[in-house]
Design a protein around this ligand. Structure first.
Ligand SMILES: [Fe+2]
Ligand SMILES: [Fe+2]
Length: 200
């Protein structure tokens, strides 16, 4: 009897002591400042160069990915739009090389995790859609995510180039930015006027 009482007293004490942990929402670990890598950028110019390396990788990855999107598209208009953007993307690679040259640097690519993720999602959309209008809608959705990423990045890079006083680089980056915006608009037009209607 004594043993039972002792045990239940113990359980009661345990319950009281742990009440807040049992019924209160668990607190997340506090956010911490991240330590920088050894070769972390210290100035805007270095950060600008890092961004250029990312986009150089991204544009080259797109040159490999876009033909796959074209082969899987059914709409003639979509196929043409992709074809035209492949030609523009080759120009984007060349322009980035010119921007590196303006900075007195050799063009270098560094893996862009964001573009890598977007391209993986694009491939998975192909598996998740039947060929035809629905797959075309998926290709447009994936492509527009890519274009929006490029628009955001080239906008930032053009601003950095301007603030760093590299006028020629600004004009090159803005030319590419405009082509990304035009491509995005054209994809919206093809989706709204044809593909999405057929996919209904
Ligand atoms: Fe591009
Ligand atoms: Fe693009």
């Amino acid at each position: 009897m004594k043993a039972i009482k002792f045990r239940s007293q113990l359980s009661l004490n345990f319950f009281i002591l742990n009440f807040k942990y049992l019924f209160m929402p668990q607190r997340k670990a506090p956010a911490k400042k991240i330590a920088a890598k050894k070769d972390a950028a210290q100035e805007l110019l270095e950060f600008f160069e890092d961004g250029l390396k990312d986009m150089y990788w991204a544009e080259k990855a797109l040159l490999k990915a876009l033909p796959l999107m074209k082969v899987n598209a059914s709409s003639a208009k979509l196929k043409t739009a992709i074809d035209d953007h492949i030609a523009e993307t080759q120009q984007h690679v060349t322009r980035l090389e010119e921007v590196f040259a303006i900075l007195g640097k050799k063009a270098k690519a560094e893996k862009c995790d964001a573009m890598d993720g977007l391209l993986k999602e694009g491939k998975s959309i192909l598996k998740e859609t039947e060929p035809g209008a629905v797959r075309d809608a998926g290709i447009i959705a994936a492509s527009q995510k890519v274009e929006h990423y490029e628009i955001a990045t080239y906008g930032t890079l053009a601003t950095y180039a301007s603030q760093l006083g590299h006028k020629d680089a600004v004009s090159l980056l803005k030319s590419t930015l405009q082509e990304e915006k035009n491509c995005d608009k054209l994809l919206s037009k093809i989706a709204v006027s044809e593909v999405n209607i057929k996919a209904k």
